[in-house]
Design a protein around this ligand. Sequence first.
Ligand code: HEM
Length: 317
Amino acid sequence: MPSSSIRWAGAQPQAMLSPPAPVAVFLVVTIKPGGEPEALDLLAGLAGLVRAVGFPSPDGGLCCVAGVGSAAWDRLFGGPRPAQLHPFQELEGSRHHAVATPGDLLFHIRATRTDLCFALAAEIMKRLRDAVTVQDEVQAFAYFDSRNVLGFVDGTENPVGQAAAEAAIVGDEDPAFTGGSYAIVQKYLHDVDAWEALAVEAQEKVIGRSKLTNIELDVPGSHIDVNTVTGPDGEELEILRGAMPFGRPGHGEFGTYFIAYARTPEIPEAMLRKMFLGGRESGPDPILDYSQAVTGTLFFIPSVTFLEAIPERSVTD
Ligand code: HEM
């Protein structure tokens, strides 16, 4: 479903539902004191900027999702807040640590081509250069057939179509913010030497899928088992993941940039608690023995309709 064409209770969502793309840039910045007007101008004009950079290359599929962190919300908008916007909840388990790291704005840029992502990131930064401090910038890429750098296919059980929209987009439960979403991002670094020292069968038990054929395996305690979270009626609770590999082999860096869009942050937060702290039946997640989270931030993703109304809404004028 092309996200640009859907409307959700009258509001147009940002491009959370765009299909996986071969290239992505994840940019997280904090806003300097006094940088609010530049940040608001950029957010208000973002859709136009994406059109300007992307229009000449229609096959490039350029899109960008922008998010606003909890601390930045009041500085930028004042007034009512998205009902569930709060800082990322740090988790300190006995063996694993989900760190919380700063972030006022998130830009999740996707395209079929590196140059388009690069050009849009450059235009965004041209407008924000003096107003923000860059906290993290990751250039990510699709790797073989949708695999992560651990060699496993990633994204199989993502919801699609209407199910994806229902998992990711805020509805009538928060009427002022319908068409929005929540995003949790975490940058993971993998210990690929330790991972590659495992036999393939042992790796498959960690993930819960076969490596070559991507078939689901019945392995209690595996990553997919730990991340199966159910609601009060036993229904599976879903998030929309857009994780992408990144790395710098020359620096020994091999990573997964994890991003999950959700209608409520409670669902990815429940998954993270099981992963990092362990739950009644499973966890902590064995994937964390080979993966360290080095960032963690929660953002609200306002609808396009909300961003377009910024000129009338701003508190910094
Ligand atoms: C170290 C970073 C991570 C890696 C390398 C990773 C990798 C994978 C892989 C290979 C799968 C199986 C195929 C699929 O359905 O996508 C998977 C499934 C899944 N992952 Fe992760 N993941 C990571 C972090 C996370 C985090 C932080 C969450 C939640 C907050 C999460 C939630 C899920 C869910 C919900 C599934 C689908 C489970 C099902 O089959 O129902 N993952 N992941």
